[in-house]
Design a protein around this ligand. Structure first.
Ligand SMILES: [Zn+2]
Ligand SMILES: [Zn+2]
Length: 438
């Protein structure tokens, strides 16, 4: 999970209200034997997966330096008998698991980098690398990826088709996926579909997702003018039209972070107020120099169309105002050189089909359909793979209020209930098996 707008982040380091969403345990519904075999195998390897996770956690490596991590992944995949390709786009690793017959090809992606941070670790198996910590949960992602590889290898005789395990470096820099693709990933493998997950504050035992974008679209909007004799009123005018053109639910509700997960109008509610919005997320920064005046502000939108509509509306308003002569441009100016952050875009059919599989196999309490996207500045370069291959990105629940665990990535107390590894391996092994059949 990438979050890049630290200097603009204002009030939105939010406290999660997960208690209303708790859904622990699994209810076995009608299951075919392969899904029972998946769960049995996961139970057998669970303790070893926890050990792997803790080792990765104790020896985290920042983006583009995942040398040890990638070696561990490679060794594990080789021990399972998979064909392994390494050093793809940096320290990227791919494992290839072939079933007994030809068939569909499904890819699973796990990211593996940690982050530089001075925030002290909150778990007993603390990072042994000073200033580096798995504060985004990629140690858990890697472990789940290895767990799925193990489980599906054990069921190889029953698999038709091919499963690709894509272990991606440098996600936090928004570079790893791009790097793997540029280095010929899709010449090495040719998946029909691709899936991946991110740890999230939803309760352990759940997966949450939605069709289309799963994060807000956000960007810095930049309005540039020639210097004017009437500069103060020009600035005031611009601020005013941009503020009044925002669209969101009832003001106080939208801005109260506790409402993000409100059962009545949070992102998990069909009546969510977190859809169809454009909102200004920072104060205006004003730059006046060399006969120019530039206003910059961080804008979040529930989808890309909303953002483009908003930009066009602002441009039109200025062009038809008394400041039209002064206007030079209205544009997006993201600090990393990207106009708008790419967010994972889930294929609607695959989203529905896979959530239904989990519902049928593991029960209703395992899935949380999402209806909106919170106005936070997070993204994930899993989006890059989805530009080429249809797929789905899921949020895997990692919180457990009974244990005082809140799995909100990039926050000081970030931790994960390790039972999430078990749920992750089960759910996603089952999804892959179901997709291979289709
Ligand atoms: Zn992440
Ligand atoms: Zn992250």
């Amino acid at each position: 999970m990438i979050s890049i707008t630290k200097r603009f982040r204002t009030a939105l380091i939010f406290q999660f209200l997960i208690y209303g969403l708790c859904a622990f345990g699994q209810v076995a519904t009608a299951q075919s034997s392969i899904h029972q075999s998946i769960q049995a195998r996961t139970d057998v390897i669970f303790d070893s997966l926890v050990e792997i996770r803790r080792d990765l956690h104790e020896y985290p490596e920042v983006s583009e330096n995942e040398e040890m991590t990638s070696k561990k992944i490679e060794d594990y995949l080789l021990s399972l008998g998979l064909e392994v390709k390494s050093n793809i786009g940096g320290y990227g690793v791919v494992g290839i698991l072939k079933g007994t017959k030809e068939g569909k090809r499904v890819a699973w992606r796990a990211d593996m980098d940690a982050m530089s941070t001075d925030l002290p670790d909150v778990v007993d198996f603390k990072s042994k690398i000073e200033g580096v910590r798995h504060i985004c949960g990629h140690d858990v992602h890697t472990t789940i990826g290895l767990g799925i590889a193990n489980v599906l290898s054990s069921l190889k005789e029953n698999l038709e088709g091919t499963v690709y395990f894509v272990f991606q470096p440098a996600e936090e820099m928004n570079k790893g996926a791009r790097g793997m693709v540029a280095d010929g990933l899709f010449e090495l493998i040719n998946p029909d579909e691709i899936y991946g997950l991110h740890m999230s504050p939803y309760p352990v035992g759940t997966i949450a997702t939605k069709s289309a974008n799963v994060y807000a679209h956000f960007t810095i909007m930049e309005i540039e003018y020639k210097a004017s004799n009437d500069q103060d009123s020009l600035i005031d005018y611009t601020k005013e039209i941009m503020r009044s053109a925002q669209t969101y639910g009832p003001n106080a509700k939208f801005w109260n972070n506790e409402n993000l997960f409100s059962p009545e109008f949070g992102v998990t509610s069909p009546n969510t107020i977190y859809k169809d919005y454009v909102a200004l997320m920072s104060n205006f920064a004003i730059e006046e120099s060399k006969g120019r005046v530039i206003l910059r502000v961080l804008v979040d939108a529930s989808n890309k169309e909303k953002l483009n509509e908003y930009s066009a509306l602002i441009k039109n308003k200025i062009e038809t105002s008394r400041y039209s002569e002064e206007l030079i441009s209205v544009k997006f100016n993201f600090e990393n050189g990207m106009p708008v952050m790419e967010t994972p875009m889930n294929d609607p059919e695959l989203t529905d089909a896979t959530m239904k599989s989990i519902y049928d196999i593991y029960g209703k309490q395992s899935i949380i359909p999402l209806y909106g996207v919170p106005p936070l500045q997070f993204s994930d370069d899993f989006a890059r793979f989805q530009k080429f291959i249809p797929g789905v990105y899921y949020f895997l629940g990692g919180s457990n209020p009974d244990k005082g665990i809140v799995a909100m990535p990039h926050t000081p107390n970030f931790a994960v209930d390790e039972e999430a590894i078990k749920f992750g391996v089960n759910y996603f092994s089952s999804i892959i098996v179901e997709r291979l059949k289709k």
